[in-house]
Design a binder for this molecule. Structure first.
Ligand SMILES: CC(C)(COP(=O)(O)OP(=O)(O)OC[C@H]1O[C@@H](n2cnc3c(N)ncnc32)[C@H](O)[C@@H]1OP(=O)(O)O)[C@@H](O)C(=O)NCCC(=O)NCCS
Length: 256
């Protein structure tokens, strides 16, 4: 028997919800997501991805985090990342998205990003040469420069990777490992590259949720609803500008 408490959501419902939030053709998005947050989605992850791509159109951009890093990564245990095969731990939607025939994936051993859309090659380029995961030349900052949004689908600020960009730009003392790691990256052709970089330091618990009300009251974030899922749409550069200033004043603002 059908569970009447569980909403059933279609691609059209998702398109409508995204448009009600103000998204339109030509927009750029970095999407962090929980598929189950909607209730039941007819067509599953593919329907969500199709809805996102349709709303921004061919001149827009959809990025998803395809993170692979773990707390064990570091100089004593360098990560080995194969862009063709390394699975991500960021959920079903990114996992399906990165297998899309049009998707590209950036070369980063812990914080790779997959993307589809106009100019996506530029946003993803050079991630392997970034000395830190989320800095000025990473897709996270480039999307913000491009004028893009962060979209949180059924997840909170704890999933907002761009907050690490803010930590990097403000040069907080806890975010990166102190010693560089010789990480191994295997590219699309199967060629192996060793890159020296400073990886994420997993040692500091954060309270990212504390920015939620601040973003709303400052007009940087809008909230929407599709089925059982709460959507948060954040103007990325506005969030970065505000938060970097806060962190420069109070470097442990995001820490527990
Ligand atoms: C961890 C996380 C992905 C879990 O969310 P989730 O909704 O439970 O899992 P997924 O998004 O992977 O979706 C798969 C689940 O959706 C559900 N599902 C399956 N088909 C579905 C459908 N048609 N409609 C709705 N839900 C469905 C199932 O429960 C499935 O879990 P299962 O594979 O164990 O059966 C999510 O909480 C999260 O943190 N997302 C953000 C990750 C991120 O970007 N992190 C960045 C960190 S800096």
């Amino acid at each position: 028997m059908e569970d009447r408490k569980t909403p059933s959501v279609t691609k059209q419902d998702i398109i409508k919800g995204l448009q009600e939030l103000g998204l339109k053709l030509g927009d750029g998005l970095l999407v962090h997501s929980s598929l189950s947050s909607f209730g039941h989605v007819v067509g599953g992850a593919d329907a969500v991805i199709d809805a996102l791509l349709e709303v921004v159109g061919e001149e827009g951009i959809v990025l998803v985090p395809t993170l692979t890093g773990t707390e064990h990564d570091g100089p004593a245990q360098p990560p080995v990342f194969d862009v063709r095969h390394s699975p991500c731990w960021t959920g079903r939607i990114p996992a399906v998205f990165m297998e899309h025939s049009e998707a590209k994936r950036s070369l980063h051993p812990t914080h790779s990003v997959a993307g589809i859309g106009y100019g996506v090659d530029f946003l993803l380029a050079g991630h392997a040469d970034c000395v830190t995961p989320c800095g000025l030349h990473s897709p996270y900052y480039r999307l913000a420069e491009w004028g893009g949004h962060i979209l949180l689908i059924g997840v909170g600020q704890g999933s907002n990777t761009t907050l690490h960009t803010c930590e990097e730009l403000a040069e907080v003392p806890y975010h990166l490992q102190k010693q560089p790691t010789e990480a191994v990256i295997i590219d699309h052709m199967g060629n192996e590259h060793t890159k020296s970089m400073y990886l994420h330091d997993w040692g500091t618990p954060r309270q990212f949720e504390r920015i939620d009300n601040e973003l709303i009251s400052r007009g940087i974030m809008k909230i929407g609803q599709v089925g059982a899922s709460t959507l948060r749409l954040i103007r990325s550069m506005d969030m970065i500008r505000w938060l970097v200033e806060v962190l420069q004043e109070e470097p442990r603002y995001l820490c527990l």
